[in-house]
Design a protein around this ligand. Structure first.
Ligand code: SF4
Length: 363
């Protein structure tokens, strides 16, 4: 079901922006509450809001500062995928039990940075500074990239902006099937739409309000018909009784619907979380069983499955993927180099290598 805000807060200085005006016009039956620049929105709402209450409220504001963040994970030990993020949306109306945002966001509102045009201008200047370098840029770091587009209408604008860029690829990551706004656009193969995949049993129990596996794959195949490349993320891989059968069947279903030559990349990573997430998630999702496994703190402070579980899951899932799609770049997120080697994955030696590795399949 599509998200509808119950209340709208607008920062005073955001009122002048085109994206803000469009949203207020669309929801003109809701009287917006204006927030002065010096005020904190959550204080204006009185009682402390729970995360669930906060998600019903839309907060439109101007982003001040640099709207790009680069994952800082590339080091001698750990490989990160050298990914830029455009910080447009914070928080998400979907309800994944393991969602890191529950332990991470400063306020529980659904926040949209309405100065999209200036953010895109800034991004374009950065991209033009590196004309020879293939860059991947995503919007799905602090929200789902598609779930709110009927409200913000920002993806068509981004897709058409990226269509004119030679060396940058926009990635829109989702667990929905809300692809209607992406159809009929001139994307010039500069946008990859990607889906996070899990077995249907995990989707039903731990990814509440998201699309079923079948609907995610149907949406992917429809966008392939629109000429888009698509991507898939087996992340987080979740250990549960019957996981082998669950992931094997999920991979079978994926390749029965989408041809490998239309897949730009696939990533993989086992469940990891910062320690304070467990209590928050178990209070919000009392039926979830995913934190009942044995976890140990890793060097980055996150809790991870014990090594034999991680190794077995990544070995089998990567093997099943490579059997079906040996040519598709498969990468790991924030894993040490020796894990790449053990899985026989080509281990990029630098951020530039990483970008080249992932850019081979984008057009
Ligand atoms: S889709 Fe992503 S951002 Fe949204 S609740 Fe799930 S994990 Fe969090």
């Amino acid at each position: 079901m599509q998200y509808r805000p119950e209340k709208i807060l607008v920062e005073e200085r955001a009122l002048e922006y085109r994206f803000c005006k469009k949203i207020l016009q669309q929801y003109r039956h809701i009287q917006p509450q204006i927030i002065r620049d010096s005020d904190k929105p959550e204080e204006q709402l009185g009682d402390e809001l729970t995360l669930t209450q906060g998600k019903r409220i839309l907060y439109l504001k101007e982003f001040r500062g640099t709207a790009f963040k680069l994952c800082p994970g590339f080091s001698d030990d750990v490989l990160c995928c050298n990914y830029f993020v455009i910080d447009l949306i914070e928080n998400c109306p979907l309800e994944c039990s393991y969602c890191i945002l529950q332990a991470f966001l400063n306020n529980p509102l659904i926040t949209f940075h309405v100065n999209v045009e200036s953010i895109v201008r800034e991004m374009r200047e950065l991209i033009e500074t590196y004309p020879e370098r293939p860059l991947r840029i995503g919007t799905g770091e602090h929200s789902d990239s598609l779930v709110l587009d009927h409200v913000f209408q920002v993806n068509p604008y981004l897709i058409e902006a990226f269509a004119g860029l030679k060396n940058a690829t926009l990635e829109l990551k989702t667990k929905t099937d809300f692809i209607a706004p992406l159809k009929g656009l001139k994307h010039n193969s500069r946008t990859v739409v990607s889906w996070s995949l899990n077995p249907e049993q995990i989707i039903r129990s731990n990814e509440l309000k998201t699309a079923s596996l079948e609907n995610r794959l149907r949406a992917a195949s429809e966008l392939v018909c629109e000429g888009y490349k698509v991507g898939f993320h087996f992340d987080p891989l979740i250990h549960y009784p019957g996981w082998q059968e669950g992931y094997r069947q999920t991979i079978e279903k994926l390749f029965s619907v989408v041809s490998p030559d239309r897949i730009a990349w696939i990533s993989m990573g086992t469940l990891r979380y910062i320690p304070k997430l467990k209590q928050i998630a178990e209070e919000r999702f009392p039926k979830t069983a995913i934190f009942a496994n044995e976890f140990i703190p890793a060097g980055d402070g996150k809790m991870r499955y014990i090594k034999p579980i991680r190794r077995e899951m990544m070995t089998l899932v990567s093997q099943w993927i490579k059997e079906k799609a040996p040519e598709v770049p498969l990468y790991l997120c924030m894993e040490p180099r020796h894990t790449w080697s053990k899985l026989n994955l080509p281990c990029p030696s630098s951020p530039l290598n990483f970008e080249e590795y992932l850019s081979i399949n984008t057009t």
